[in-house]
Design a protein around this ligand. Structure first.
Ligand code: ATP
Ligand code: ATP
Ligand code: MG
Ligand code: MG
Ligand code: MG
Ligand code: MG
Length: 270
């Protein structure tokens, strides 16, 4: 088809392929959620309903993008790991980024009422997104360790900060002042001695974040395998001959900094 005399403008669209054989990690972050959480009366420091809504939107993304093998969420952000050999949308960066970001956002809005039934959504929320390529398993491990360490640091700070404000009667300015120069140990002690809060007994969702991990379903149900899904396979079988394995997405709130989580799931980094 020759097309119109205008069609040449198409040539200005540049290809944006992502390097093959690298790990794609896509991170979304809520735009101005400090304001969104205040305007919608999120419970401080952690509104569990809002976190569950984030988890639901992330699960919808994983149900649509079968090449995402792992996701990690905290606060208003979510990170998604694609299997190394993924060829989703021919690895076109803009196509992947924009489709994931808009699917996540629409799911967040679509399910808002289910999690916050008594809070009318006052305006349309949005999420920014970026995609980073990592060359090896080491950087991917360190990436997720970085995000989970961030969860811990933020949650410890926010927990003592809001205890000082909500239970200790301090203003937010005073609470910032009280915490200036304190190290982790001081915060644990202050939480325990002044507010009888044992940090380690707080819900794992708050301390560890949310991990959505794709796991194979044991073989007796393989007859009903999802034809769209191939799990990364550490064996030497030819890619086109790999058996299609039915998978499920599991939500956990465990440590992903140490080796145990990854050792039990070698396929994540295959
Ligand atoms: P930016 O647009 O630059 O990302 P932001 O206001 O979203 O700005 P973030 O650094 O992303 O800033 O932080 C998100 C903020 O949203 C948190 O600091 C917290 O105040 C709030 N927030 C997000 N999720 C929750 C939640 N589940 N419960 C309570 N507060 C939350
Ligand atoms: P892709 O994901 O690659 O964009 P697509 O199915 O969205 O695939 P497009 O080339 O974008 O394909 O075409 C959008 C299609 O959506 C149209 O061909 C048409 O069938 C349908 N469509 C969109 N808007 C309308 C509308 N207002 N009324 C009827 N059909 C519509
Ligand atoms: Mg940000
Ligand atoms: Mg944000
Ligand atoms: Mg954030
Ligand atoms: Mg279209």
């Amino acid at each position: 088809m020759a097309g119109s005399k205008f069609a040449y403008v198409r040539n200005f669209e540049l290809p944006d392929p992502l390097l093959p054989g690298t790990f794609m990690v896509l991170r979304l972050d809520g735009h101005a959620f400090h304001r969104l959480s205040a305007e919608h009366d999120f419970v401080k420091p952690n509104d569990e309903r809002a976190l569950q809504l984030m988890d639901h939107a992330a699960r919808d993304v994983m149900n649509e993008f079968k090449d995402i093998v792992l996701a990690f969420g905290e606060s208003d952000e979510y990170s998604f790991l694609f299997r190394r050999s993924s060829n989703v949308y021919n690895r076109r960066q803009a196509k992947i980024l924009t489709t994931v970001a808009s699917l996540f956002t629409s799911s967040y809005v679509y399910h808002w009422q289910q999690y916050l039934p008594n809070t009318r959504l006052k305006y349309p929320p949005s999420f920014d997104a970026r995609l980073v390529l990592y060359p090896s398993a080491k950087e991917v491990r360190d990436y997720f360790a970085w995000r989970q360490a961030d969860t811990h640091i933020n949650n410890l700070y926010n927990t003592i900060f809001w205890a000082l404000v909500l239970q200790g009667g301090e203003t937010t300015t005073q609470a910032h002042e009280t915490l200036k120069g304190t190290v982790s140990k001081d915060k644990h002690e202050m939480l325990f001695s002044r507010f009888s809060i044992n940090y380690n007994l707080l819900p794992a969702r708050f301390r560890k974040g949310s991990i959505l991990v794709r796991e194979p379903i044991p073989s007796e149900t393989e007859a009903h395998a999802d034809p769209g899904m191939v799990l990364p396979d550490v064996s030497a079988v030819e890619p086109e001959k790999k058996p299609r394995v039915k998978t499920t997405v599991v939500l956990v709130h465990c440590d992903i900094i140490g080796d145990e989580f990854w050792a039990a799931r070698e396929y994540l980094l295959a």
